[in-house]
Design a binder for this molecule. Structure first.
Ligand code: SF4
Length: 338
């Protein structure tokens, strides 16, 4: 099998040059730009970055769940080779939940407070799978057991469950229509450390059991190492590095990735406190010319303030940084090491 046919059969989701703008006060601001990646069946990919990096916009665009003031300004998303109408809510409905579903953060806001949870899990089974009410209720009971909640607790309202149990309900709902891709939007952020670990363990088990492809949005690198195969680092609306989790953690290429990894407390290395990256990420309205990380980068060079580095590399790993560009001039190289 040649490379091209291998790629065609292996790729479940193909994101190609995706750009999304937000309209704010009559101005169009780029939220993500030229985002491209492939997702294979059963693969777990983490989208990592600070607030405003574009990770949630990327994931919501894939699910066709962009906010009303967002506009797809370029690129496309293909699922099993067919282009998805990601900017058309009605046209995305047959796909959403059946093929791609979302575990939202903050289950209390995502669940309907006036309906029992069994009803909320059963509803998509009626609408999407065409099950009768009784069949859908039986499936909802199965799903509750699957995520570690006794089926009889299905009679509860959301406020009668703990935060961890509500997040398990969100996972049951995401799996209700047997999707191939599950997007987890910071699914453990609102939980305490013990519940975080349990929910992550559950996601890892379910992913393996159903061969799910997982896109996990997080700003927490420790979550990534426990649950994902590949990591994509986003900064100012662009992917700046991606690769296998073990490779990126062992030898980060992009200065932002390196600083993020170094910021994590590591008692074994004598680092006991969080070391934040100096400076702030740029806002949508104010992005610096050239590499968007240049005002915070310890390796900044003259070229970084002029040219946006392209994301380059291979299927094994890509990086967008002039330090790894073959066109680096001698004076830039000198500047990078002083
Ligand atoms: Fe730093 Fe330049 Fe690389 Fe941007 S392109 S991360 S400023 S070295």
């Amino acid at each position: 099998m040649n490379d091209i046919s291998q790629k065609a059969t292996a790729s479940l989701l193909s994101v190609d040059g995706l750009s999304v703008d937000y309209g704010l006060k009559g101005v169009s601001l780029p939220a993500i730009q030229d985002v491209s990646f492939e997702l294979r069946a059963g693969e777990a990919v983490a989208l990592v970055g600070e607030s405003g990096s574009g990770k949630t916009t990327t994931a919501m665009a894939i699910a066709g769940l962009l906010s009303p003031n967002a506009r797809v300004s370029g690129g496309q998303v293909r699922y099993r080779g067919a282009r998805l109408p990601i900017d058309d809510d009605a046209a995305m409905r047959p796909h959403r939940w059946s093929e791609t579903s979302v575990i939202f953060q903050g289950a209390m806001n995502a669940l309907n407070p006036v309906h029992r949870i069994i009803k909320q899990i059963a509803e998509p089974c009626v609408l999407k799978l065409g099950l009768s009410r009784d069949q859908a209720t039986a499936r909802a009971r199965e799903l509750l057991e699957l995520v570690g909640i006794p089926a009889d607790r299905g009679a509860s309202y959301p406020h009668q469950l703990s935060g961890g149990m509500r997040q398990r309900v969100m996972i049951a709902m995401a799996l209700a229509c047997k999707p191939s891709i599950v997007i987890g939007d910071e699914p453990t952020t609102a939980l305490d450390v013990i519940n975080q670990a349990q929910i992550l363990k559950l996601l890892v088990e379910l992913r393996s059991k159903f061969n799910l492809a997982l896109i996990l949005i997080t700003h927490d690198l420790s979550v990534v190492s426990e649950s994902c195969d590949r990591v994509m680092i986003m900064y100012a609306g662009r992917i700046v590095e991606d690769g296998a989790v073990a490779d990126v953690f062992a030898a980060p290429k992009h200065p932002y990735t390196r600083l993020m990894i170094e910021s994590i407390p590591n008692p074994a290395m004598g680092v006991r406190v969080l070391r934040p990256i100096p400076g702030d990420p740029p806002t949508l309205a104010r992005r610096p010319p050239g590499c968007p990380f240049n005002p915070r980068c310890p390796s900044v060079m003259p070229v970084c303030k002029i040219d946006i580095p392209a994301l380059a590399g291979s299927a094994q790993g890509r990086v967008a940084c002039h330090l790894h560009s073959s066109s680096l001039t001698q004076s830039d190289e000198v500047a990078a090491h002083v």
